[in-house]
Design a protein around this ligand. Structure first.
Ligand code: F0G
Length: 482
């Protein structure tokens, strides 16, 4: 295959309402169904045509693209035909997203946990979280629309717990005219590192007191009344892009996901929606022969999806919850916008892959922090939500939900550095009481000063360096060379 070739297949995408079943064209950017207000998913009505090729043929197409130098196909669009096969090459934005590594958990860590598992490091995306997958797709579509409709300005807006805003601002800054970016954040509920990202990208950053759910309601009102492009995962183009996580994972494991369980932290529920949707497409085309099992993971401080699935199937009712402070702050959401999508896809998933193929587990705040720190002490770069996944694996193991020999793939959704302040609160045992997290001394680490500031002032430079070398040697109890 010519390395620079672009796929020829074009699909016919439509919004499908999960409420009333209505279908709408993609020439207008929709977030909810104009007929009933329901949540939408994008569907390729030409998907059946893709079945003219065998699963093996598709595997070969995607494998042959893995080394391409065509940047339009280098990231998430390696899986172009499965995702957004209406975009033209000129509209595709590539900032190095996707292709994140799957890192086998260190042998010692696997031994501690008592399971075979790996992390997919989605913190190694350009804005250091998985959100870039969805933004690459959503911004490519926005760019295409702006080009076709000759818009001279597009104001993009999102509510965020910190990572959506970082990604949206980054892609908006790259695209430039006519796109500008505004982000709405719950004041004091995003980390300083996350806050620095949209500021650095030049977005307009608005803050309001409250939690993410409040900000989300505000941007929903804005998107329904004014001409703004909403970039939360309510925007179905985001979901399409995030399906790439599932495609990459399947490809990495040689398209064989038998005896595999995916652990996914659930906040607004866009990520778990996308992963299930992507896996169902792979399965429908015979690209994978077995669906992996899916475990959603939620903190006890933000657990509406867990609560729903914990109820008796015939009588269960969905209720939003009021969240309380969580170290998995990026997923601290009480009323996930994508819940109807999860419901819809989980039903299909359970039908195809069996009664235990989709489950949600709940973890404690203490376990989230302990697990994150333990992972990172073993050479990983998990964020608090990655820690949440590891805590979820432990809950599943303890409850006997894992099968013997089954391997787990944990989504480390962001980079550890974004959550440095949570690590420091742990190390100084200073979590406010509402988190319910206490430091375990064996996990604590702190810098040690080897010489006093006065020593620096009173000695010559040579004396000082020698004294410092002596102090370091004493602290380490080093033996002198013979
Ligand atoms: N992990 C991280 C690092 C996140 O930023 C988020 C969501 C999640 C997990 C949960 O994923 O919402 O798709 O279920 N962050 C959003 C934001 C809400 O605004 O950055 P989800």
């Amino acid at each position: 295959m010519n390395d620079m070739q672009f796929p020829v297949y074009r699909g016919h995408l439509e919004y499908r309402c999960l409420g009333c079943g209505a279908r709408h064209g993609i020439d207008a950017l929709l977030y909810t169904c104009p007929a009933c207000g329901g949540v939408l998913l994008l569907e390729d009505t030409g998907f059946e045509k893709l079945k003219e090729y065998s699963g093996a043929a598709w595997r070969q197409v995607f494998d042959s693209r893995a080394g391409t130098r065509n940047s339009a196909l280098r990231g998430i669009f390696r899986f172009y035909e499965l995702m957004a096969p209406v975009l033209e090459q000129e509209d595709i934005i590539y900032l190095g997203e996707g292709n994140t590594p799957i890192i086998e958990a260190s042998p010692a860590l696997q031994n501690n946990v008592g399971a075979r598992f790996a992390f997919k490091n989605d913190g190694q995306n350009p804005s250091a979280s998985f959100k870039d997958r969805g933004m690459a797709c959503a911004f490519s579509y926005v760019k295409a629309l702006a080009r076709k409709q000759q818009w001279d300005s597009v104001l993009t807006i999102c509510a965020s717990t910190g990572d959506t805003s970082a990604a949206a601002a980054l892609y908006a800054a790259y695209v430039g005219k006519p796109v500008t970016s505004v982000v709405l954040l719950p004041r004091g509920r995003v980390t300083p590192q996350q806050l620095s990202q949209p500021l650095g990208s030049g977005a307009m950053v608005l803050e309001m007191p409250g939690v993410f759910d409040d900000c989300m309601k505000v941007v929903e009102i804005l998107a329904s009344r004014y001409r703004v492009a909403l970039l939360n995962s309510k925007n179905s183009w985001r979901i399409l892009g995030q399906e790439s996580y599932a495609y990459e994972a399947a490809q990495w494991y040689g398209w064989d996901l038998a005896e595999t369980a995916f652990f996914v932290p659930v906040g607004n529920a866009g990520n778990i929606t996308a992963i299930m949707s992507g896996l169902l497409k792979l399965y429908a085309l015979g690209i994978i022969e077995t669906l992996p099992r899916i475990f959603g993971v939620q903190s006890a401080h933000a657990d509406p999806v867990y609560r729903y699935y914990a109820q008796e199937p015939t009588t269960r009712r969905y209720e939003p919850v009021a969240v309380t402070a969580s170290a998995a702050q990026a997923a601290m959401i009480g009323n996930p916008v994508s819940f109807p999508r999860v419901q819809f896809l989980a039903e299909r998933y359970l039908e195809l892959a069996g009664a235990d193929s989709f489950q949600v587990v709940r973890v404690s705040e203490q376990a989230i922090m302990d697990s994150m720190l333990e992972a990172n002490r073993h050479g990983h770069i998990a964020c608090t939500q990655g820690g949440e996944c590891l805590a979820g694996l432990r809950v599943a193991l303890a409850a006997g939900l894992m099968r013997p020999g089954e391997r787990a793939l944990l989504d480390a959704t962001a980079h550890a550095l974004k959550f440095a302040d949570f690590q420091s609160m742990y190390f100084t045992d200073s979590f406010p009481p509402e988190y319910g997290i206490r430091a375990k001394q064996e996990r604590v680490n702190a810098p040690r000063l080897v010489l006093s500031p006065e020593a620096r002032e009173t000695m010559s430079r040579e004396e000082y360096i020698n004294a410092a070398a002596g102090a370091v040697a004493a602290a380490l109890e080093l033996q002198e060379r013979q």
